[in-house]
Design a protein around this ligand. Structure first.
Ligand code: F6R
Length: 592
């Protein structure tokens, strides 16, 4: 949600910024804008729609030569998506771009109006801009610090001052922003992917550290005190951040699954001591949003079944506000690809405040959750650009498999520990074979592409898989789809089953397969079209059946989910949709 990129240096920022914005498109946006500054003026250009609309606009006007620039993609929150609300905003001498939400914007606006400020837009960003301008005499760091004292909320700001020709400023709190340190200049960006072409060195800012960038220097202040910061090196390759020959990032990322799984397993399989030991906890709360929560549901099944630990899964937007009773030795596991999901961050803060141990399963190492959780396990998905998660989800599920396996072993509950570890080593190859069957899933997509509704049914871990399969299908293809515990269907939803409605049945769990099969018969006798994915060749093939190899319970979901991801993908492709950026969705949901 919202993307920021900024540059100061010897090059003309225009192309660097536009290219950077394109790399941030995946985050979701509905307008964009750019501010360029030279010694004479600040020029602001904005447009609704896509970045190409901004480019067209820039081609039709005289764009100044400049040495400083900030640019932004906006995902509308305060105020509709129009040019006035698009960033950058200027008040007096200050021009800013902003990612995040200023919670007390209305109160601040009222006060500023009393001071005589006239606002053009409905945005909280313009309020922040006016506040910095109010405090700006000739010390930018002081003005920013004074404004931050009054601002409540989350923010990443890129800031330029009309009368400062050789500096660009930035600050962040609870919203991502990194500082790129380059040879030809310095950068700010919401995500390293936006600037990796120019530099792999970056600095992470802690909350409210104000950074002052010039052509060849980066100064970071805590209050008004200059501090030293470590320069980190990114191992992101330019290839990983681009689509290559694939039609969509989503397809590329699904096809990368064997590789990223291998990379993640290589890191841990021979170093199981690196896997956090959860066996000492009496209760585990897995807290996350969307697909990350569904990966957590797989985790819960494994932790309960295999490691005998009481486990709950909660969606972060509920957990953060509900009364949570921590009456036994509890661990809170946060799961997040981006590490920037606002509700998941809030859930983590809640646990941290209660002094409950937190463990994060995260992909983005520079993220807030990665930095603030007590313990962290990183998946190695690399950049995930498609809004719908695929490879990161799969690795989150795999990480739960490793956590549960380790805990079961520590507790003496797993007799086949070494066999399971050995089996895991072959998992990427088995997964690759399944992805090679892509034609089969394309044909399923042909079969369902015109339907209005679809249902997914399963029990236990199969139900957790159904939730993810259903979400994948609906979010990219816009076909209405729901997942149900197979036994629950007849308590109401079965009334929606009519001739030809696709019902996907996931059947991998031996203990309950006969039960799910009888639920399949119930819907089939109401003329549903049954698509089964199973690891058991004795399960009847009704309309379509795909057999995956039977492997240990720990890793079985890893072979079952990718077919569902491909079915979602191909269905959306046949419906000619904007697969990588489905309507109304953003990649990292940094607001509530
Ligand atoms: C669905 C999807 C979302 C995310 C959710 C959490 O395909 O991508 O449901 O899983 O927004 O995001 P992270 O993992 O970044 O916290």
């Amino acid at each position: 949600m919202c993307g920021i990129v900024g540059y100061i240096g010897k090059e003309n920022p225009k192309d660097i910024l536009i290219e950077g914005l394109k790399k941030l498109e995946y985050r979701g946006y509905d307008s964009s804008g750019i501010a360029l500054k030279n010694n004479e003026k600040v020029q602001v250009i904005k447009s609704t729609g896509k970045i190409k609309d901004l480019e067209i606009k820039m081609r039709n006007i005289k764009v100044i030569d400049s040495n400083i620039g900030i640019a932004h993609t906006r995902w509308a929150t305060h105020g509709i998506a129009n040019e006035t609300n698009a960033h950058p905003h200027t008040v007096g001498k200050v021009t800013i771009v902003h990612n995040g939400i200023i919670e007390n914007a209305d109160k601040l606006r009222e006060k500023l109006i009393k001071d005589g400020i006239k606002f053009n837009s409905e945005t909280d960003t313009e309020v922040a801009c006016a506040l910095i301008n109010k405090y700006y005499q000739n010390d930018p760091v002081e003005a920013i610090n004074k404004a931050l004292k009054e601002i409540i909320g989350s923010y990443a700001f890129g800031i330029i001052f009309e009368d400062i020709n050789d500096k660009l400023y930035a600050v962040r709190k609870d919203s991502p922003l990194i500082i790129g340190v380059g040879k030809e200049g310095n950068y700010i960006a919401s995500d390293i992917a936006a600037i990796i072409k120019y530099t792999e060195e970056y600095i992470l800012l802690d909350d409210n550290e104000v950074v002052e960038l010039s052509n060849d220097k980066v100064n970071v202040y805590q209050g008004n005190k200059l501090i030293d910061k470590k320069i980190e090196k990114s191992n992101l390759s330019i290839d990983e951040a681009s689509k290559g020959s694939y039609k969509h990032f989503m397809l590329k990322e699904i096809m990368e699954e064997p590789m990223v799984l291998q990379r993640t397993l290589n890191k841990y399989l021979d170093n199981m001591e690196e896997i956090f030991d959860v066996s000492k906890y009496e209760e585990i709360h897995i807290v996350a949003c969307g697909s990350a929560m569904y990966a957590g549901m797989i985790g819960r099944c494994l932790l309960e079944e295999k490691a005998n630990i009481k486990c709950y899964v909660e969606c972060a937007s509920e957990y953060r506000y509900k009364k949570v009773i921590y009456d036994r030795k509890t661990l809170v596991i946060l799961v997040s690809q981006s590490g920037e999901t606002a509700d998941t961050i809030a859930a983590m803060c809640k646990a941290n405040e209660e002094r409950i141990d937190t463990l994060a399963i995260v992909n983005v190492k520079t993220s807030t959750i990665a930095r603030e959780a007590k313990h962290c396990l990183f998946i190695e998905a690399g950049p995930e650009i498609a809004v719908a998660t695929t490879k990161a989800y799969l690795l989150q599920a795999a990480m739960f498999s490793l956590i549960a396996l380790k805990a079961a072993n520590v507790k003496g509950l797993e007799k086949n520990y070494n066999d399971v570890l050995n089996e895991a080593k072959n998992l990427p190859k088995k997964l690759k074979k399944i992805l090679d069957d892509k034609e089969i899933f394309m044909n399923v997509a042909k079969d369902i592409k015109d339907c209005r509704d679809a249902f997914f049914i399963g029990r236990g871990v199969d139900y957790a898989i159904c939730e993810e399969g259903s979400l994948k299908l609906k979010e990219v293809s816009y076909i209405h789809s729901d997942a149900y515990q197979a036994g629950e269907l007849k308590h109401g939803t079965i009334s929606l089953i009519e001739e030809g409605v696709p019902v996907f049945a996931i059947i991998t769990d031996d203990k309950i397969k006969a039960k799910t099969e009888s639920n399949v018969i119930e819907v089939e006798s109401r003329h549903a079209k049954i698509f089964t994915i199973t690891n058991d060749k004795t399960i009847k093939d009704h309309h379509f059946r795909y057999l995956v190899e039977k492997i240990s319970d720990y890793f079985q979901p890893i072979l079952v989910v990718p077919p569902l991801q491909l079915i979602g993908y191909y269905t959306a492709d046949l419906r000619k949709l904007d697969i990588d950026k489905p309507r109304n969705l953003a990649k990292s949901v940094t607001v509530e």
